[in-house]
Each structure stands twice: as C-alpha cells, then as structure tokens.
Design a protein around this ligand. Structure first.
Ligand code: CUA
Length: 328
C-alpha cells in the first residue's frame, strides 16, 4: 500500500512541476524562493498521496459486511509504526525549516553597494522615493511607479502612513508588510527587463484591490534617461507636478479623462468638478466629508491629505484639477 502511495505521489509531483503555475522569474531571489516552494509542495504531495491512498484502500479492503455488528479485533500499540510516524515528520519539518532559512538568508545577502528605495504605502497608493537621487530643488526624487535598473541590487525600506499594507511584485517573489510606525525591509535584484505589476497583498480597506502600481526594469541608459526626465518634470510648473501627483495618489479611486484614470471608487471628477472654485476644490481634498457627492458614502476617502501633502503640492493639485476640468 505504501509503495503504491509513493508511486502515485511521485507521478503527481512530476505533474505539479511540469505545469507552469508560477509567474516569470524576474529577480535573483525568485529562484531561491521557488526552490523552497517546490520542496514543500513535493513533500506535501507525496505525504498526501500516501495517507489518502492507505485510507481509501483500508476503507475498501476492511469494510464490514452487511449485518455485521461485531466489534473489530482489539489492537493496542505498534512500536515500529509509532516511531516511524514520529520520526518522519520531524525529519521533513526540520529539512523544510533549514532549507527555507538558508534560502531567505541568501536572498537577503546583497552587496554593500546597493540602491535604497523608500516605499511609502497609504490608502490606496504607493510612493517610491529615491534618497540617492536629488531633484533640482534639493528634494529626493519621488515617483508613483517603481523604476529599477536591471541587475542593480535594491534595498526597499517600507513604511505606511495609515493601516497595514503589503508590498509585492509577484515576478520578484519577495513580499513585505508595510506597517505604520516601523520601517520594514526587503531586497530585490531585478534580472529581467520589462514591466511588472506592484500589488498590495494585505486587505487594507475599500480600495485594496485598486492599490496597484507597476515596476519597470530598465537598462542603465534608459534608467538615466528616466531620471533626467523626472528632474525636468520637477522643474516645470505646478500644474504639471499636480498631474503627476494626481496619477500617483488620486487616480486609483477617481476617474479623470485628462489623466487617463478610470476607477470609480470615488466620484467621477469630470462630472463633479466643473464649475467649482479653487477653494471648493481645495476643500474637497483636505476635508472630503464636508460635502459628499450623491451616491457615495462618507469616510471612504481619507480625510488627512491636508497633513500628508505639502501646501505647494495641494496648490499644484488644485491648479491641475481646475485646468483639467475646464475651470479658470
Ligand atoms: Cu493596501 Cu491592500
């Protein structure tokens, strides 16, 4: 019975490995995590096949004939079996713990020379700040999308402004919570050019499913061009920065044709903003519960954007929104 179970387990394990269940591997760490994942999966498949196989066989083989109400023969203890079902799980669980610990240590072992990117999470948007890159006004470069240079190791320093979120790029495999009050870390060396989704993987409120961004992995030349472009944008007028800010912070909930955003968690701004004064638009940002558009619930939009954003940022946002919706 055990041999049949083992054979079935081996076949299932091979099937499991040859179906491409997992996303592409786009980081140095992805292979380490996948190997640990497959080790655990294969152990589970084989243990399940043996236990289920023996159970099904025993139910069929030793079933009572109709009308047989007698007790079964008394059995007490089997030292060999008891040793086996104690020792085998100990060996398996210890092997998984050691293998995973080594894989995690290798994934987090990156060279001293590496880039630091600060990730700030808030309902329902991501901000990526590059403390090593200064804009013309002396502020560090910040972006609503994660841009990385291929083969450059990155240390992410992750924080949250409100509730617990979790940063994850499936193709990179590494995942880390963003917890208010502390800075958590994770490490990624991207190895593949391309664009990958950034997802929030901790239920964080009504907009959790829309809390997405993207990670772009570029060549060195493309990355340098992106940095120059961001510096140039920072020097442009308030309304250009306002648009950038809108796409990063507001677009995950609001529709606005000019910015190309389509989410409908909050009111469609192309409908509700035309005709409003700058002061009214400002109020709807810093005190969103003062007036609620018809069909929407109060207390969905965070009411602390007045503290999260600087005054120039809010000015830029208001100016952009007036321009984009036909105001003065
Ligand atoms: Cu942030 Cu889910």
């Amino acid at each position: 019975m055990t041999l049949v179970g083992l054979a079935v387990g081996a076949v299932l394990a091979v099937v499991a490995i040859f179906i491409p269940w997992l996303p592409d591997q786009a980081s140095r760490e992805a292979g380490l995590i996948d190997n640990a994942y497959w080790l655990v999966t294969i152990i589970c498949v084989v243990v399940f096949a043996v236990v289920a196989g023996v159970s099904v066989y025993a139910v069929w083989k030793f079933r009572a004939p109709p009308g047989d109400l007698e007790d079964g023969s008394p059995i007490h203890g089997h030292t060999g079996l008891e040793i086996a079902w104690t020792v085998i799980p100990i060996v398996l669980v210890t092997a998984i713990a050691v293998y995973s610990g080594v894989a995690l240590a290798q994934a987090e072992d990156i060279p001293d020379e590496h880039r630091v990117v600060e990730i700030s999470a808030q309902q329902f948007a991501w901000t990526f700040t590059y403390p090593g890159i200064k804009r013309p006004d002396g502020q560090p470069l910040a972006s609503g999308e994660l841009v990385m240079r291929v083969d450059e190791p990155v240390e992410f320093q992750i924080s949250s402004k409100d509730v617990i979120h979790s940063f994850w790029v499936p193709e990179f495999r590494m995942k880390q919570d963003a917890v208010p009050g502390i800075t958590t870390r994770t490490y990624v060396t991207p190895t593949k050019l391309g664009t990958f989704p950034v997802v929030c993987t901790e239920l964080c409120g009504l907009g959790h499913s829309t809390m997405r961004s993207r990670a772009r992995v570029l060549t060195t030349a493309e990355f340098d061009r992106w940095v120059e472009e961001q510096k140039r944008l920072a020097e442009e007028g308030a309304s250009v920065q306002g648009k950038e800010l809108f796409t990063q912070q507001c677009g995950s909930c609001h529709t606005l044709a000019d910015a190309g955003t389509t989410m409908e968690l909050g009111p469609n701004l192309d409908n509700v903003l035309p005709g409003l004064s700058a002061d009214e638009i400002r109020e709807s940002i810093v005190d969103p519960n003062a007036e609620i558009a018809e069909g929407f619930q109060p207390n969905v939009m965070p009411d602390d954007f007045g503290e999260r954003l600087t005054d120039p940022q809010i000015d830029g946002l208001v100016e952009y929104l007036r321009e984009a919706t036909g105001g003065g």
